[in-house]
Design a protein around this ligand. Structure first.
Ligand code: ATP
Length: 329
């Protein structure tokens, strides 16, 4: 797999003004992204995991260019200045226009660009339908006539239509029956190989990320707290929050882990961020030495900068941690 970066994010912050008073003055600010450094390479799937509200969808919007960061830089590294990025949402029911027949739904993104005749668009839709496992005779039907899994196939065909470099998959299987989830994930894997696509897979579900991505970023309160090869991070987490996430997943191989949000204590609010380590109050390893201090994302192992962690303590090499997580994987 070539390690060519398509996009890099550098120190991305997104803050939303909230609670304006009657004079229109901002009374508080939601600090949704708080210094994200990340890149996505051609042909890879980068998994982004974190509990609800940690900023995953906001990060997707920044990547797509739909949201201007308050601070930081998004850099594109493709020949055509900006790569083509499409998105597949969690709920195909609400993301597909119910008034259009499927062939128009699929080709809508390129129809908007112009330059294609109706016959050409119909042919493109027919080709894409085959690629995502839909029958050509379905093309004149409407989205409501399909099952959830089929609708997600339509959404994937739609995302493929403009020939994207990157597809952001925002919880692509969370709304589907368990039996259908694996089919959609396998389809996405096949399409990636055939087209050298880059995926950014956003999920609260560690099992989905494990199935799909070689690299994982763990998000907490708008920061990446751990980043590295998925198998290594899941086998031996280096950040206490990753460990907590994994402890909350009852069975890493079981079908039941494919559904439902991870049940953790409530995420602290993003209106009043801690001045030091964001995870301090929930951390089982905190001590009074340096744990309260803000931490950068540091490389584990100087030679190969492939694993990164934002933690004062090196729990990676702490034998107490290793014993406590042994049973969860
Ligand atoms: N425009 C906005 N104004 C104020 N707060 C916002 C805005 N957009 C998002 N937020 C807040 O930012 C936080 C992160 O939202 P985001 O949707 O990115 O999280 P998420 O990790 O994708 O969550 P989920 O998994 O539930 O979709 C939430 O607390 C949300 O309420």
């Amino acid at each position: 797999m070539p390690d060519k970066h398509l996009v890099s994010l550098n120190d991305i912050h997104v803050h939303f003004p909230v609670q304006k008073n009657w004079l229109g003055q901002v009374k508080s600010t939601a600090h949704v992204l708080n210094g994200i450094d990340l890149h996505a390479s051609a042909g890879e799937t980068l998994g982004i995991v974190g509990e609800s509200g940690c900023g995953k969808s906001t990060l997707a919007q920044v990547l797509m260019g739909l949201l201007q960061p308050t601070r930081g830089k998004v850099s594109w590294h493709t020949a055509s200045a900006k790569p083509n990025i499409q998105i597949v949402f969690q709920d195909p029911q609400s993301s597909l226009d119910p008034r259009l027949p499927v062939w128009k739904v699929i080709t809508e993104p390129i129809h908007i660009q112009g330059g294609h005749s109706r016959v050409q668009l119909r042919q493109i839709a027919a080709d894409l339908a085959v690629q995502v496992g839909l029958r050509e005779e379905y093309l004149d039907r409407y989205p409501h006539e399909f099952s959830g899994g089929q609708r997600q196939r339509i959404a994937i065909a739609r995302a493929l239509a403009p020939n994207p470099d990157i597809i952001v998959l925002d919880e692509p299987t969370s709304a589907l029956d368990i039996s259908v989830q694996a089919q959609i994930l396998n389809l996405l894997n096949d399409l990636q190989k055939a087209r050298n696509l880059s995926y950014i897979l956003i999920s609260h579900n560690v099992s989905v990320i494990k199935h799909m991505s070689k690299r994982i970023a763990v998000m907490y309160l708008g920061q990446i707290v751990e980043l590295g090869p998925t198998s290594e991070v899941l086998q031996k987490p280096a950040h206490p929050y990753t460990e907590l996430l994994l402890d909350a997943v009852p069975d890493m191989t079981g079908a039941q882990t494919m559904t439902g949000p991870i049940d953790l204590p409530e995420l602290p609010g993003n209106r009043h961020l801690p001045s030091g380590c964001f995870f301090y109050d929930r951390c089982r390893y905190r001590d009074e030495k340096g744990c309260h201090l803000a931490q950068p994302l540091r490389s584990l192992g100087a030679a190969q900068a492939i694993r990164w962690v934002r933690c004062y303590k090196n729990i990676y090499e702490n034998p107490i941690r290793a014993e406590s997580t042994e049973t969860s994987l």
